[in-house]
Design a protein around this ligand. Structure first.
Ligand SMILES: Cc1cc2nc3c(=O)[nH]c(=O)nc-3n(C[C@H](O)[C@H](O)[C@H](O)COP(=O)(O)OP(=O)(O)OC[C@H]3O[C@@H](n4cnc5c(N)ncnc54)[C@H](O)[C@@H]3O)c2cc1C
Length: 424
C-alpha cells in the first residue's frame, strides 16, 4: 500500500491506460490525453485505503463556503478551457460544433485518467456539461448549440436545471411555472426549487407550462432562460451538512425570446426525459474507486473495534461488498455495449444500484460506530462518515427518487403492468 504522500507514478498511469483502453485507437487517444494531463497538472496521491493515512475523503457532495464558491467555479471554468483548447473538453460532442466526435468510451477513458491528477473540482459546471448540454445537443437548434452549448464545453458559461418546484418533484409533469406568449417571446412566472449551482449559472433550462388547457404532459415546453435577466431571483438554501449548493429560483415576469424555446411548443416533456436520462447516467457512471475504498475502510472498522463480533454486522459488510462488486460488473457490461443500444431505463438501474450501495455503506458505518458517528472526537475515520451518510440521502433523491425509478424499471425493463396514472 502506498503512503498518502506518494503521487501516482508514470508506470501506474500507463498500466491504468492499458487496462482501460478497449482497442489500439483508444490507447493512442489515451496516450495523448496522458501527455496533455502531465503537461498541465500534477499526478495526485492515490486514495489510500490504509487506516489513518491521509485525508478521509468521505464526503459525497462537494461543499464550499459562500466566499470560495465563485473562486471554485472560476477554477473549474479555467480548467475546462484548457481542456477544450487541447481537444479534451468535449470529447463526445459533435465535431461540427467543436466537439471531438468520439464514442462514449473515449470520454470515460479520459475521465479515469484525469481522476489521477490534481485538477479543479468540476462540481460547479457538471450539470451544464453532463446533463443540460447533452439534452440541448439532441433537442436544440443549431444556433442554440453554437451559441449556448459550445460555451459550456469551452469553459465560458455555466448552466443549471430549472425543473423541480415546491409542488412538482417526482410528479415533474405537474410543474406550474407558466410561460405565456408576449413581445416576440414568452413571459415566465413561477418558482423553482432545489436548483443546484444557480448562484453562478449563466443560463437555466426551464420546464414550463405553456398550455394549461391540455393534458399535463402535452402542455409543457422547455425554455432556455438567461439567469441574469430582470425578474430572475436566486436564493441559496442552507443544507443540514452546512453547504448551500441548492437554491430557490423565483421567476417574475421574466422575458424569454422566442428563439430560446427548445424543441417544439408542447414538446417540453421529451426534452425533460432526455435531460433526466443524462443525469441518471452521470450518477450511475460515478467512479467506483471511492466505493471500493469505503468498503475496505469499513472492514477495518468492523475488525478492529469488535464490531464484527456481531455476526449480523459482519454479514451486512459482506452484502455491501457484494453489492458494490455487482454494480461495477453491471456497469462494465453496459459500457461494453455502444451507448445508442442501451435503453435509458437500463441506465436507471445503474443509478439505483449506485445510490443503494452508497446508502448501505453509510448505514453500516453508523451502526459500527455508534455514538462516534454523531460526536466529533477528532479520531480519524469516525465522525467523517457522517458526511457520507448524509450525502447518500441526496443520491437517493436527485435525478428521480428510488420509488419513482423502481416503478420505471418495473414498467420499462421488466415489463410489469403500468401504474395507474392520474389524468389532468
Ligand atoms: C442533490 C440533489 C440535487 C438536485 N438538483 C436539482 C437541480 O439542479 N434542478 C432541479 O430541478 N431539481 C434538483 N433536485 C430536486 C430533485 O429532482 C427532487 O428532489 C426529486 O425529483 C424529488 O422531488 P421532491 O423533492 O419534490 O419529492 P416528492 O416528489 O415530494 O417525493 C417525496 C417522497 O414521496 C415519494 N413519492 C412521490 N410520488 C410517488 C409515487 N408515485 N410512488 C411512490 N412514491 C412516491 C418519493 O419517492 C419521495 O420519497 C435535486 C435534488 C437533490 C437531492
Amino acid at each position: 500500500m502506498s503512503n498518502s504522500d506518494d503521487t501516482t507514478d508514470m508506470q501506474t498511469l500507463d498500466r491504468l491506460l492499458d487496462e482501460t483502453a478497449g482497442n489500439d485507437d483508444e490507447r493512442e487517444f489515451g496516450r495523448s490525453a496522458l501527455a496533455f494531463l502531465c503537461a498541465h497538472a500534477q499526478p495526485k496521491a492515490p486514495l489510500s485505503s490504509t487506516w489513518g493515512a491521509g485525508p478521509e475523503h468521505l464526503e459525497l457532495f462537494h461543499e464550499t463556503s459562500d466566499q470560495d464558491e465563485r473562486a471554485e467555479a472560476d477554477a473549474a471554468l479555467a480548467w475546462q478551457r484548457t481542456k477544450f483548447d487541447a481537444g479534451f473538453g468535449w470529447i463526445g460532442g459533435p465535431s461540427e460544433y467543436g466537439g471531438g466526435g468520439y464514442p462514449d468510451s473515449y470520454d470515460r477513458l479520459f475521465r479515469i485518467l484525469e481522476a489521477r491528477f490534481d485538477v479543479p473540482d468540476p462540481s460547479p459546471i457538471r450539470i451544464g456539461i453532463g446533463t443540460v448540454g447533452p439534452a440541448l445537443v439532441l433537442h436544440g437548434s443549431p444556433e442554440i448549440v453554437d451559441t449556448f452549448v459550445r460555451p459550456l464545453y469551452e469553459g465560458r458559461s455555466i448552466a443549471c436545471q430549472l425543473f423541480s418546484e415546491p409542488g412538482a418533484g417526482s410528479d415533474l409533469a405537474g410543474v406550474s411555472t407558466s410561460a405565456v406568449p408576449a413581445d416576440g417571446g414568452w413571459r415566465v412566472n413561477g418558482q423553482k426549487v432545489w436548483t443546484s449551482n444557480a448562484t453562478f449559472a449563466d443560463v437555466g433550462l426551464a420546464l414550463v407550462r405553456t398550455d394549461p388547457s391540455v393534458g399535463k404532459h402535452a402542455g409543457l415546453s422547455m425554455l432556455l432562460v438567461d439567469m441574469k435577466a430582470p425578474g430572475v431571483e436566486v436564493r441559496p438554501i442552507r443544507q443540514m451538512t452546512g453547504g448551500a449548493s441548492f437554491t430557490e429560483v423565483f421567476l417574475t415576469d421574466v422575458h424569454v425570446p422566442a428563439d430560446m424555446l427548445i424543441g417544439e411548443p408542447g414538446g417540453g416533456w421529451s426534452v425533460a426525459t432526455a435531460t433526466l436520462a443524462g443525469e441518471r447516467k452521470a450518477v450511475g457512471d460515478r467512479s467506483h474507486e471511492n466505493l471500493t475504498r469505503a468498503v475496505e475502510l469499513l472492514r477495518h472498522l468492523g475488525e478492529t473495534d469488535g464490531g464484527f463480533d456481531d455476526h449480523r454486522l459482519k454479514r451486512r459488510w459482506a452484502e455491501v461488498e457484494i453489492g458494490v462488486r455487482a454494480a461495477r460488473l453491471r456497469q462494465q457490461g453496459l459500457q461494453s455495449v455502444p451507448a445508442e443500444l442501451v435503453a435509458p431505463a437500463e441506465r436507471t438501474a445503474d443509478k439505483l444500484l449506485t445510490a443503494a450501495n452508497l446508502a448501505a455503506i453509510g448505514d453500516l458505518a453508523a451502526d459500527l460506530l455508534g455514538p462516534q458517528f454523531s460526536v466529533d472526537t477528532g479520531e480519524w475515520g469516525t465522525f467523517a462518515w457522517n458526511k457520507w451518510r448524509m450525502g447518500a440521502l441526496g443520491y437517493r433523491i436527485a435525478g428521480g427518487t428510488e420509488e419513482i425509478l423502481k416503478t420505471l424499471v418495473a414498467e420499462r425493463v421488466l415489463g410489469l403492468p403500468r401504474e395507474p396514472k392520474e389524468a389532468r
